[in-house]
Design a protein. Structure first.
Lengths: 773, 323
């Protein structure tokens, strides 16, 4: 029998089509549904619209339940309503909302307009208006209430509006024009739903739903795959810069290289801290240390450049740094996410040591242990994202012993400069005393040092404090500095011989961070304190939209690190007014130090970008794995819950059957059956076939059981007969007579009906034989 | 056909009708389906509009049918100057009796062949209306019944339309069916050539059915049982023609009734006393096609027929068969 049933598949079942009137009705209900969907989340807005909302919903509900009631309303009213709405908007705007609340008034206006458009007799123009208004509403609400609901809403909105537009097209395809009377006079939900059900193609619906789910899954898949394929670097709008444009943070910089980028207010680095409080008041994002000074240029000494270590980054995580173990200051909790724009530098901005650093791709990293800095092999031509845990903000960096065996000075002249006291213990510290200048300059420096120290021997810290004061006294801050060509302030040459920083010191002119840092460097070295330059960023701007730190190119900075004679290099920032918060009213030039708030439009645009980074770019392997395992766990929980639910239900049913059968129980049972019966009756009243192929109710003529049975057998005979009769030549006659008998029973007059039972038996036996054949 | 069927009254009529068909078949070769439809139309007491090119056997068919059922046959060649009186007859004053007496026109016959009906004026065309509808002619207050059975075979040429008066829709609605003859097959044409009968007067037909039998059969068509779901099926088809946007207007209620009667007649012709959905399907095209007019412009009438037929087929395919 099962085989025969499957042959009964509805191969020739063509469904009736909706006519134009019904399409018009469908159009109306679709528009109404669209309006419902777009209005629905308006209450989540923090705008006083509840009254309007409830009113609109009520009106739409009434129109949905009794659409024909709209015919009873006078035509003039329909034309007057838009005007009334506009007047209401004006009154609202002028009397209540005002300029500040213009958006609120506009939202209320749109709610009313959506309601009107949804309820009115729509032509094509009004249909399109409705779609646009709804879209507007959806977007207003969606932008303000960013939630998962919005995605769902926009998905349903898209589907319904496409359906609606398709319908409009269908209706527009003819020159006929139905008036509202023709469409709505005598409308009955029962008939309409019956027709909808009759003409609904469940297979098409199923396919469409499957397609929709497929697209959603595909989108999710793409979403998950983006980080793996590195799509973010291939998308133009994320901004891939010309990598040669920035030169501020290389291993060899001149006195103005960093200053050159100070005018660039683009964001170079975005830092997503675990919390706002985790960032110190005046953070230094240290990138590289330059230990050699020569003729106005700072660089990494050749020997040190060779001591760099390659870091293994196989699992995208670096945690086994050779220089992290030797004691560091307190690490912060949580994860720090760094998003570095392409072309900034090969060196990573890090304020200090860290426990682990994770990237999402297999980059090659190097570190220079003596400097405690790390970088990539090349300047990042692509956007770089890294995640750091256990990050410490340090202003003192432990010295790392560098011995002669480890490091071979390339310039033999330096060996004479190494004081006896350093011995062979740390050659490196000796070399950071190197001052390759002519005698005049060195003499001048000694004079200045004398002036600063007053002839006494000072500790490094003390010297730095005094030197900073000296510099601040004699020099102001300026982004443009003029350095005279000679010692007497004349613009003549002997610049070949006199050092640029010494000339600047002598001239007393203003300068920027590199001059200050350079001046402190040479003064410290002249005073016998090993010193080096550090470059990186200082401070940043707090983006209040998405709560992260924007570090711009204009935050680039240079400062000194001085050896304290006790195993540590401490940070010394000689640039005047830096770090002193009280200074910011004097000159807004200095207010960029420290962290300021930014809630401008640019910050908003920038925050959108970070949103993208956070959701998409930083979504790496581990996050994917986490997500998948979460899904699996939830699925397992669901399965378990379902199984448990079934067993519980089974137990409950068993208990229920065993339980005492008293009066109230019978009453409940009766009520349940009554409700079920009412439900079935309602379904039948609506003309719904609950199981399309097990029709317990057929719309239209009701068949008596004999006719129904005969029809079923006839159909089976036809389906099978098509191909199998040829193979049963002996029974063609028999099949013919069986078919005629069945036809007589199915379509014939009742009085001609003779022994249907026998005819059915005969038909079944023929069918059985045919099936065997 | 099994024995059980042959012994029933419908079985007997089936025998009779098959005899009639094979008789006509002797002269109209290879047109079994056309002959079937003509017989069905006659059983349903309807009138027939045959549309095709000249010389394809339209007149011969009508003549053969008339001769086979022992019915009187008359032929009216419609021309533009034909008057109603030329069709239905005229009252003339008789000197001898000093009264008007009615001279019956050619319409007083059992089978009337209205050749090239669209060549005559609407006035003459409409003079056929009453007689086609009621089988009676009213002249000067007196009503004269025409022959019984009465059937009008109208022919028209769908290609050569110059100077014609196309039948108005009201008149078209009165024809039960419109059919096409079509060219015969090669073998059949060979047969026709071999017999070389040029004029239909030369045809020697045997009478195989009396016209009383035909009247009985026509009466029994009414008794063919139509089950409710089949009636519903008919209504669905007719309703579909009314909602179909390709048609200017759908079929009329007369069209709906005609479809039912034609289906009943076909059931009788097939030897059944009940109607199958299949009967309805078979009759949709001949019964409804000429009652429907396309909204769009077509190059020539033949194309219009073709498009209408396609649309009707798609309508039939789109409506579920009652099972």
């Amino acid at each position: 029998m099962a085989g025969a049933e499957s042959l009964l598949a509805p191969q020739d079942r063509r469904l009736p089509r909706l006519n134009r009137i019904e399409l018009h009705q469908t159009n109306f209900f679709l528009g109404l549904f669209l309006a419902f969907i777009s209005l629905f989340p308006v209450v989540y807005l923090s705008i006083p619209v509840l009254g309007y909302y409830v009113f609109a919903l009520l009106v739409m509900l009434v129109a949905a339940i009794v659409p024909e009631v709209r015919l009873r309303m006078p035509v003039q009213l329909w034309t007057a309503i838009p005007l009334l709405i506009f007047l209401a908007f004006l009154a609202d705007f002028v009397l209540i909302a005002g300029i500040d609340g213009a958006m609120e008034a506009l939202t209320r206006l749109i709610i009313l307009l959506v309601c009107y458009c949804a309820v009115a007799f729509r032509n094509r123009r009004k249909d399109l208006q409705l779609i646009l208004l709804c879209l507007f509403l959806v977007i207003i609400v969606g932008v303000n209430v960013v939630s998962v609901l919005f995605i769902l809403q926009i998905g349903v909105f898209a589907a319904i509006s496409m359906f609606l537009m398709f319908n409009i097209n269908l209706l527009d395809n003819s020159d006929r024009d139905e008036t509202p009377d023709m469409i709505w006079e005598g409308f009955s939900w029962r008939h309409y739903l019956g027709r909808l059900w009759e003409s609904a193609n469940i297979r098409i619906f199923g396919l469409t739903a499957a397609l929709f789910v497929l697209i959603m899954l595909l989108s999710a898949g793409i979403f998950l795959l983006i980080p793996r394929l590195g799509l973010e670097n291939r998308l133009g709008f994320l901004g891939i810069r010309n990598t040669s444009s920035i030169s501020g943070f290389s291993e060899d910089i001149g006195l103005s290289d960093i200053t050159n980028i100070l005018h660039d207010t683009r964001t170079a680095l975005r830092i997503d801290p675990p919390s706002r409080d985790a960032i110190p008041a005046d953070p230094y994002w240290r990138m590289l240390v330059l230990d050699r000074y020569r003729r106005g240029r700072f660089s990494v000494s050749d020997g040190l450049a060779f001591t760099r270590e390659q870091l293994s980054n196989n699992r995208f995580t670096i945690s086994d740094l050779s220089w992290v173990d030797d004691g560091s200051s307190a690490a912060t909790d949580g994860e720090w996410l760094f998003y570095m724009e392409p072309g900034v530098s090969r060196w990573l901005p890090l304020p200090g040591d860290f426990a682990s650093l994770r990237t999402k791709s297999r980059n090659r990293f190097y570190s220079i242990p003596a400097f405690r800095v790390m970088g990539q092999q090349n300047v990042n031509s692509q956007f770089l994202f890294y995640e750091v845990t256990g990050l410490a903000f340090m202003d003192r960096f432990p010295d790392r012993l560098i011995t002669l065996e480890e490091w071979e000075p390339t310039d033999e002249r330096f060996s004479s400069l190494i004081p006896e006291s350093f011995g062979n213990g740390n050659l490196y510290r000796a070399l950071t005393l190197d001052l390759p200048m002519n005698e005049l300059d060195l003499e001048y420096l000694q004079e200045v040092v004398e002036e600063i120290t007053g002839g006494r021997t000072l500790s490094a810290e003390e010297f730095v404090v005094r030197a900073k004061a000296y510099l601040a006294e004699n020099h102001g801050y300026s982004l443009t500095s003029r350095v005279p060509r000679d010692a007497r302030g004349n613009w003549t040459d002997w610049s070949e011989r006199s050092d640029r920083i010494v000339r600047w010191l002598r001239s007393g002119s203003d300068g920027h961070c590199e001059y200050f840092a350079g001046a402190l460097l040479v003064l410290s070295r002249a005073a016998g304190h090993p010193a080096r330059i550090a470059t990186g960023f200082r401070g940043g701007t707090w983006n209040s939209y998405e709560n992260y730190l924007m570090v711009r190119y204009s935050d680039a900075h240079a400062w000194c690190e001085i050896y304290d004679g006790d195993g540590y290099w401490f940070r010394a920032d000689p640039t005047p007014h830096s770090g002193e918060a009280e200074w910011d009213e004097a000159d807004d030039m200095y207010s960029r130090f420290g962290i300021s708030m930014d809630s401008s439009w640019n910050a908003y645009l920038d925050s959108l970008r970070v949103l993208w980074y956070r959701r998409i770019v930083s979504f790496d392997d581990d996050s994917q794995r986490d997500l998948l395992s979460t899904i699996r766990e939830n699925f397992a929980i669901l399965l378990e819950g379902t199984a448990e639910g079934f067993s519980q239900a089974g137990a409950a049913a068993k208990n229920w059957v065993r339980g005492p059968w008293d009066g109230s129980r019978f009453l409940n049972l009766g009520a349940g059956i009554l409700i079920l019966g009412l439900f079935v009756f309602l379904m039948r009243w609506l003309g719904w076939r609950v199981f399309p192929y097990l029709t317990f109710y057929r719309k239209g003529v009701r068949l008596d059981p004999v006719r129904r049975q005969a029809g079923k057998l006839l159909l089976r005979l036809d389906v099978m007969g098509g191909e199998r009769v040829e193979r049963l030549p002996a029974s063609i006659e028999e099949v013919g007579s069986v078919r005629l008998q069945l036809q007589t029973l199915r379509y014939g007059a009742p009085e001609t009906r003779k022994s249907p039972g026998m005819a059915f038996r005969r038909a079944r036996s023929v069918l059985k034989r045919m099936r065997r054949a | 056909m099994s024995d059980a069927i042959r012994t029933t009254p419908v079985g007997e009529s089936r025998e009779t009708l098959l005899r009639l068909r094979s008789n006509i078949n002797r002269y109209i070769k290879g047109k079994d389906d056309v002959i079937d439809r003509v017989i069905v139309c006659m059983l349903a007491s309807g009138h027939l509009l045959i549309e095709d090119l000249p010389g394809l056997g339209k007149t011969t068919l009508a003549y053969c049918l008339a001769k086979s059922i022992d019915a009187s046959f008359s032929r009216i060649q419609f021309t533009s100057d034909l008057l109603p009186a030329d069709v239905i007859g005229v009252s003339v004053y008789e000197e001898a009796t000093r009264s008007f007496s009615f001279k019956k026109g050619p319409v007083f016959a059992n089978i009337v062949l209205a050749d090239e009906i669209n060549r005559t004026t609407p006035k003459t065309q409409s003079s056929l209306l009453e007689v086609m509808d009621r089988g009676k002619v009213s002249v000067d207050g007196a009503t004269h019944p025409v022959g019984s059975p009465f059937m009008v075979f109208a022919t028209q040429n769908p290609v050569d339309y110059g100077g014609t008066f196309p039948l108005p829709e009201s008149q078209l609605d009165r024809f039960l069916m419109r059919i096409q003859m079509g060219y015969p097959g090669e073998e059949e044409e060979f047969e026709i050539l071999r017999n070389s009968l040029l004029r239909y007067d030369d045809i020697e037909m045997d009478t195989v059915v009396t016209h009383e039998q035909i009247i009985d059969l026509q009466a029994s068509v009414q008794d063919i049982y139509v089950e409710d779901s089949v009636l519903e099926y008919i209504i669905k088809i007719v309703t579909a023609t009314r909602t179909e946007s390709e048609f200017k207007a759908g079929a009329s209620t007369r069209g709906c009734l005609s479809l039912k009667v034609a289906a009943q007649a076909r059931a009788l012709f097939c030897g059944r006393d009940f109607v199958l959905p299949e009967d309805v399907q078979e009759m949709v095209e001949p019964v409804l096609c000429h009652r429907l007019h396309l909204r769009r412009q077509t190059v020539d009438p033949m194309e219009e027929r073709r498009i209408s037929r396609t649309i009707l087929n798609s309508i039939i395919n789109s409506i579920p068969i009652p099972v």
